[in-house]
Design a protein around this ligand. Structure first.
Ligand code: IMP
Ligand code: MG
Length: 175
């Protein structure tokens, strides 16, 4: 079976929105240092672009969790594959994610991070699929709300491919 990609959000639309979020984050964290926690691998493209547009002091760290295999369906299993290098205790932490789908990954992750006593903990996601939510998650910054379709690009993959697309597209299968 082959597939093709239909553009959902252009590179310009995504860049403009990230610029706006960067400005909002800079205002909200005025006088503070924001500690960005990137959820690998999907959040990495978004985090780099966002970090470049934040004007308050920034530090960053990475963690990796797995909830999906090579399919497009959630297994419901969340596993920490790589933990943070540094402590977040007392820091103003902003978790940067590619997408909130069922909410399972983020609700688990946020509870876990909260127990490490950061000064504050917020969530920023490039994409949100509210129709798919199974577990409630408080999102502080959202790039775009999108319909229930499987998307790729800007860090998001389908079977590890398409992360490098500079736009967001929907995977469509040809028969
Ligand atoms: P959740 O736990 O169901 O909210 O989703 C967790 C992870 O599933 C996200 O961080 C993504 O890595 C992946 N995911 C969910 N929806 C999509 C999609 O449409 N395209 C690619 N990855 C997705
Ligand atoms: Mg992710």
């Amino acid at each position: 079976m082959s597939e093709h990609i239909r553009v959902l959000l252009t590179e310009e639309e995504v860049d403009d929105r990230i610029q706006a979020i960067g400005e909002q984050v800079s205002r909200d964290y005025a006088g503070k240092q924001v500690h960005l926690v990137c959820v690998l691998k999907g959040g990495s493209f978004f985090m780099c672009e966002l970090a470049k547009r934040i004007t308050v002091p920034v530090s960053l760290d990475f963690m990796a969790v797995s909830s999906y295999g090579a399919t497009t369906k959630s297994s419901g299993v969340v596993k920490i594959v790589k933990d943070l290098d540094e402590t977040i205790k007392g820091k103003d932490v902003l978790v940067v994610e590619d997408i909130v789908d069922s909410g399972r990954t983020l609700s688990y992750l946020l509870e876990m991070l909260k127990s490490r006593e950061p000064a504050s903990l917020r969530l920023c996601t490039l994409l949100d699929k509210p129709d798919r939510r199974v577990v409630p998650v408080d999102v502080d910054y959202t790039g775009f709300q999108i319909p229930d379709e499987f998307v790729v690009g800007y860090g998001l993959d389908y079977a590890q491919r398409y992360r490098n697309l500079p736009y967001i597209g929907v995977v469509e299968f040809d028969d």
